[in-house]
Design a protein around this ligand. Structure first.
Ligand code: E4P
Length: 217
């Protein structure tokens, strides 16, 4: 399973990247706004740091302008994935940009039928939003499972990029189902290390190290 980091914060990406935890990055207009940075400038910095795909989202809603924006975004670096919304115009832009040979991430996916359309339009990634479905009392993991089944039934190569991840259990469940990629905020990825028995066990070892005066260096 690939790990993408869902942020436009350079320091947070760098910390995880140094550990080999970053297979790619996803941004969106809200994350760019939060960073307070210029989209082109910050995206260029991220692309220079990370080898894998870096998703940068278009701002237009009509296909023609989305395509023009996508063509400008891919000039930033060779690892840009153009992010387009799951609308009819977004699918048109996806088809054109994919046919041009660019990576396309179709975002704001909330149904398996939408995911089927994105795959038909040649999307490299489909981004189903788990957390936002959970927010309205639907089960986001059911969507991941449905898309996995449908894509496997027909051999679609579009990668399932589980997005809107809010908890470590979202990551675990996505891995169980076989999502190709998860994108999560840095804090959620870092929280995967936590276990109370690890803390308890380490406390006991530290106490014995002190009591026995064990030294290595
Ligand atoms: C994915 O590409 C999106 O940027 C992101 O996962 C959305 O997450 P949110 O629902 O927590 O805003």
């Amino acid at each position: 399973m690939k790990f993408f980091v869902d942020t436009a914060e350079i320091d947070a990406i760098a910390e995880l990247n140094d550990l080999g935890m970053v297979d790619g990055v996803t941004t969106n207009p809200s994350l760019i706004k939060k960073s307070g940075r210029d989209i082109i400038e910050v995206t260029r910095e991220i692309c220079a740091m990370v080898d894998g795909p870096v998703s940068a989202e278009v701002t237009a809603t009509d296909a023609e302008t989305m395509i023009a924006e996508g063509r400008k975004l891919v000039e930033i670096a060779g690892n840009i994935a153009v992010k387009v919304p799951l609308t009819w115009d977004g699918l048109k832009a996806c088809k054109v940009l994919s046919d041009d040979g660019h990576m396309v991430n179709v975002t704001l996916c909330f149904s398996a039928n939408q995911a089927l359309l994105a795959a038909k339009a040649g999307a490299t990634f489909i981004s189903p939003f788990i957390g936002r479905l959970d927010d309205i009392n639907l089960d986001g993991m059911d969507l991941i499972q449905d898309i996995r089944t449908i894509y496997d039934n027909y051999g679609f190569e579009t990668q399932i990029l589980a997005a809107s991840i809010r908890s470590v259990n979202h990551i675990l469940d996505s891995a169980r189902i076989g999502a190709d990629v998860i994108t999560a905020p840095p804090a959620v990825i870092k929280a995967m290390v936590n276990h109370p028995l690890t803390d308890k066990g380490l406390d006991a070892f530290l106490s014995d190290i002190k009591a026995a005066g064990i030294k290595i260096l």
